[in-house]
Design a protein around this ligand. Structure first.
Ligand code: GTP
Ligand code: MG
Length: 332
């Protein structure tokens, strides 16, 4: 599409209704066709039955991209930092995909207006592909859909895939941990570190980024994170001690250092064998959550349609609920 302000997902709407696949879509995706990529991601989002076939064709061609998850509270500056990072990667001629996820939003469009503005410099760059997703009822959860979107981006030739997730809670932990490196962005003066600690988000961070380094309390925030990390390290020493980088999303200050730190973490993962370990764990998680979702849907389906009798027995106290569960579980 040739005019500014529209990303591929917007233009995708028109084509989707016309075309039903089986038309060389995967070939076009693999050749780096942006419209094909947009369509594939739409299919993933909708849970289109073709998703399975597409994923099985592209999966073996993925696994080498640099994948980084950015998480942190609303407004901390994630998109601003990502925009600056994209600039740096583009200077090295690396292609960048961004999956922008808001687990609290039921919408995939519009809700990410801030990102649109922050990342708008990159919309017309053919080496950058940005896609936002909300928490509509995805099979495999939002984390599953985001991960598949990232796979599609990689298959379409993106060398770097960035996830942006908003908030401090479980939803984004799940999304971010699909990435090989997780950057947690915090903001000075907001008590973010303590919040993140309480929500269990601290543990998943490989790199801390104190953004808005121009804020008078930026140093204090860094010290706060440092002391929390020190205690953690004393209790349970880890070979990778998360670095704390001070950044400015508005000017790009510190973003080069952030990029280098991401690279260092990647090297650490590769050299220590942790990359393999991490990916195995996260793929297993993916497979389980997908299967779990399928099972759950199937069980609902059965209890609603075919096997009402079983539930009637439970309602009438002829059969206890655990026996009913065991029965349905075995059947499914
Ligand atoms: N003073 C200052 N403002 C910043 C800095 N980085 C980002 N901002 C501003 O903070 C606001 C929020 O930035 P975003 O990049 O949209 O933050 P975000 O974390 O992506 O926000 P959500 O996606 O809505 O969660 C914008 O007005 C930015 O211009 C910084 O380092 N210093
Ligand atoms: Mg944002």
């Amino acid at each position: 599409m040739s005019y500014s302000g529209l990303s591929d997902e917007d233009t995708d709407v028109q084509t989707d209704t016309r075309v039903t696949g089986g038309d060389g879509l995967v070939e076009r995706l693999l050749s780096g066709d942006r419209r094909a990529l947009a369509r594939v991601i739409s299919k993933i989002e909708r849970g289109d039955p073709e998703t399975h076939g597409i994923v099985s064709e592209i999966y073996s061609k993925t696994g080498t991209a640099l994948s980084v998850g950015f998480t942190g509270p609303p407004g901390v500056g994630k998109s601003s930092i990502i925009a600056k990072l994209i600039e740096l990667y583009r200077k090295e001629d690396r292609r960048v995909g961004v999956v922008s996820v808001d687990p609290s939003s039921p919408f995939s469009r519009g809700a990410i207006l801030g990102d649109r503005i922050r990342l708008s410099d990159h919309f017309l760059d053919p080496g950058v592909f940005i896609r936002s997703m909300g928490s509509r009822g995805h099979l495999g959860g939002l984390a599953g859909a985001s991960r598949l979107a990232a796979l599609a981006m990689e298959a379409a030739g993106m060398d770097v895939v960035l996830y942006e997730t908003v908030g401090v809670g479980q939803g984004e932990v799940e999304v971010a941990s699909a990435a090989d490196t997780v950057v947690l962005a915090l903001q000075p003066g907001a008590g973010d570190a303590v919040q993140a600690l309480k929500a269990g988000v601290m543990e998943i961070a490989d790199i801390f980024c104190i953004n808005k380094a121009d804020h008078p309390q930026a140093k204090g925030a860094a010290n706060e994170v440092r002391s929390i990390l020190d205690i953690g390290q004393e209790l349970d020493p880890q070979p990778w001690f998360p670095p704390i980088i001070m950044t400015r999303g508005d000017t790009g200050e510190g973003v080069e250092e952030l990029k280098e730190t991401i690279q260092k973490h990647r090297s650490y993962l590769e050299e220590s064998g942790r990359l393999e370990e991490r990916r195995r764990a996260s793929l297993k998680e993916f497979v389980i959550s997908w299967a779990k979702e399928r099972l759950e849907r199937e069980m609902h389906h059965r209890l609603e349609k075919e096997d009402d009798e079983l539930m009637e027995k439970v309602y009438g106290r002829e059969l206890d609920p655990i026996s009913a569960s065991e029965k349905i579980f075995r059947e499914v």
